[in-house]
Design a protein around this ligand. Structure first.
Ligand code: GDP
Ligand code: MG
Length: 285
């Protein structure tokens, strides 16, 4: 059987390298992505007789065109289409880490969440209900401690399961207010009708990235199909004028606000609770 491809994505310091080293051992290769000095690290392993190639993506907080790391991570996912993405999330810093998760879901990648640093969260008296997070995000969540390897067998089992499922890259639907959603719908119709960049991105993803003025997508779109690209840009200009007039902000910041709102609403539906025994350790009265 040919190796099955998995990628590891996460914020800097979420524990990617620790997990990568734990599950690949010494069987890894470090090089650079062509032309830039961003590490390309690839390792091999066999799990339940299945050969696996694991790629450690550069650590990023987001999945846009703001840095070489973000571009490398996104291009890798879009061009290589790994069968599953293991999104490593720092449980002791949940809300911030889930911002990238949102973007991976919008890109449509098949995901498993490795909820890392469970020991750190516990020491801080934070209990995280992985099953609740899984239910609300509708993504498998496996708690792990990468440093000790705890949970990594179950993580690989779950990743294999997801990798073996048929997966269509489809954008997770997050709502961004009536005005923005209306513009997205209009853009999606056009994108679908013209097959605009649909070999690379789900239509909704392209629409959102146009609204966020993502340089890479705008350039690709312009080179690929100038007419459709300028129709999309016209819709963006229109909605931008409107949000600037009514709210004094660009659509981009409305989108970011709603992503954070989506995450907050998930985390506050019983995903986290404070352990009262350790509460007492930190409060003086
Ligand atoms: P990366 O930037 O995502 O590659 O993160 P690293 O793997 O370099 O980890 C960042 C730091 O967190 C290192 O000091 C690790 O030893 C530590 N670390 C990683 N996983 C765990 C864990 O599960 N528990 C604890 N306590 N520390 C961890
Ligand atoms: Mg690292």
């Amino acid at each position: 059987t040919p190796p099955l491809t998995m990628a590891l994505a996460g914020n800097p310091n979420a524990g990617k390298t620790t997990l990568f080293n734990h599950i690949t051992g010494a069987r890894q290769h470090v090089g650079n992505y062509p032309g830039i000095t961003v590490d390309h690290k690839e390792g091999r392993l066999v799990h339940r007789s299945q050969p696996i190639t694991l790629t450690d993506l550069p650590g990023t907080y987001s999945m846009t065109a703001y840095s070489a790391e973000e571009l490398v991570a996104r291009d890798y996912l879009v061009n290589e289409r790994p069968r599953v993405v293991i999104n490593i999330v720092d449980a002791s810093n949940l809300e911030r880490n889930l911002y990238l998760t949102c973007q991976l879901l919008e890109l449509g990648a098949p995901l498993v969440i490795a909820l890392n640093m469970m020991d750190v969260a516990k020491d801080r008296g934070i209990e995280i209900h992985a099953d609740k997070l899984e239910e609300l995000l509708q993504v498998p969540v496996v708690p792990i401690i990468a440093r000790s390897g705890k949970g990594t067998e179950k993580l690989l089992d779950t990743a294999l399961q997801v990798a073996n499922q048929e997966h269509k890259w489809q954008s997770r639907h997050i709502t961004y207010s009536d005005d923005i959603d209306e513009a997205i719908d209009e853009m999606v119709s056009l994108i679908e009708q013209e097959n605009f960049l649909t070999d690379l991105y789900p239509p909704r993803y392209t629409a959102i990235k146009y609204l966020e003025s993502d340089e890479q997508l705008l350039t690709k779109g312009g080179n690929n199909d100038p007419a459709s690209s300028s129709l999309l840009t016209a819709i963006v200009d229109n909605i931008s004028n409107h949000t600037l007039k009514t709210l004094e902000v660009y659509p981009e910041s409305i989108i970011a606000d709603h992503r954070y709102g989506y995450i907050r609403s998930i985390v506050r539906q019983g995903v986290m609770s404070q352990n009262h025994d350790s509460d007492r350790l930190y409060t003086s009265d």
